[in-house]
Design a protein around this ligand. Structure first.
Ligand SMILES: N[C@@H](CCC(=O)N[C@@H](CS)C(=O)NCC(=O)O)C(=O)O
Length: 267
């Protein structure tokens, strides 16, 4: 084992506006890694980086743009540096990081990818992100600037306006369209809920509130990371989004949140 309390893993996360301490640690992708590190009880230290500085920070570590990517998404967080005996090792992308940590710090009791689940979890991660992308783009992304400092606000609005081809302020639906967007979001979660119902012992499943039933895994980091993001960004105009979501599907998401709370420490 390489990382120790005195020589921890370095975890790069995104910074929120300093005057909003409750918004600290807001990104869904970097939460996947924080949950991963906390679950595996690995020693780590977080470095918070402004969105506008992600590219220059990663370039200063010797990283180039992600393959096939240009513009704002060419450099993304999370990134970790693991102080291995053969020198620092840089890993980027939350799923890559989780796989790397399972291999490098094996602990059968705390595997993020229990045996046989690698392919299924890769499919889950990809599809959950893809299916929730469209409702999240309209509901949550336009509110992200509200938790950023002035420079990041300008960066986020400018880059997202470029990506979406219209001003960020026009993306968020209003009135009846807002309710429709939440319905679309719920419809996507209906699909996940229907799948998770198969964990019930009456279907031969193990029971329990995690994606894999009674065992925490990387798939839980994917879902919980998304909910934490929604909580931090606080779409208050919608009457507290989490209040809405936690009652859906017979309280499934609140139970998952509560079961995962022990892995939510922030340094
Ligand atoms: N698939 C990647 C996605 C990472 C990602 O989307 N990161 C965003 C923050 S949530 C980012 O760093 N964006 C940089 C930017 O917007 O400039 C992962 O899971 O690590």
């Amino acid at each position: 084992m390489a990382a120790t309390e005195s020589n921890p893993i370095i975890f790069y996360d995104l910074k929120a506006a300093p005057e909003l301490p409750e918004a600290k640690a807001w990104s869904p992708s970097t939460w996947k890694t924080r949950l991963t590190l906390n679950y595996k009880r690995l020693p780590y230290k977080t470095i918070y980086v402004c969105l506008a500085d992600v590219a220059s920070t990663l370039q200063s570590l010797g990283l180039g743009p992600l393959e096939g990517r240009a513009g704002p998404f060419a450099f993304m967080l999370p990134v970790i540096i693991d102080p291995t005996p053969s020198g620092p090792k840089i890993i980027r992308d939350s799923a890559e990081i989780a796989r790397y940590l399972d291999i490098t710090y094996p602990d059968p009791e705390r595997a993020l990818f229990p045996r046989g689940s690698h392919a299924l979890q890769a499919y889950f991660d990809r599809n959950l992100n893809a299916s929730l992308l469209s409702p999240c783009v309209s509901l949550i992304i336009p509110l992200v600037p509200s938790i950023l400092d002035e420079r990041d606000k300008e960066y986020f609005v400018r880059t997202r306006t470029e990506i979406f081809g219209r001003p960020l302020s026009e993306i968020r639906p209003q009135g009846a369209d807002l309710d429709k967007a939440w319905e679309l979001f719920k419809a996507e979660l209906d699909v996940v809920d229907a799948a998770l119902q198969r964990n019930d012992p009456k279907h031969g499943g193990p029971g329990g509130d995690y994606v894999m039933g009674d065992k925490f895994s990387f798939a839980d980091c994917v879902v919980v990371g998304l909910f934490i993001w929604i909580n931090k960004v606080k779409p208050e105009a919608d009457g507290n989004a989490w209040e809405r979501i936690r009652g859906w599907h017979n309280g499934r998401w609140e139970r998952l949140w509560k079961k995962s709370e022990e892995f939510m420490q922030v340094d």
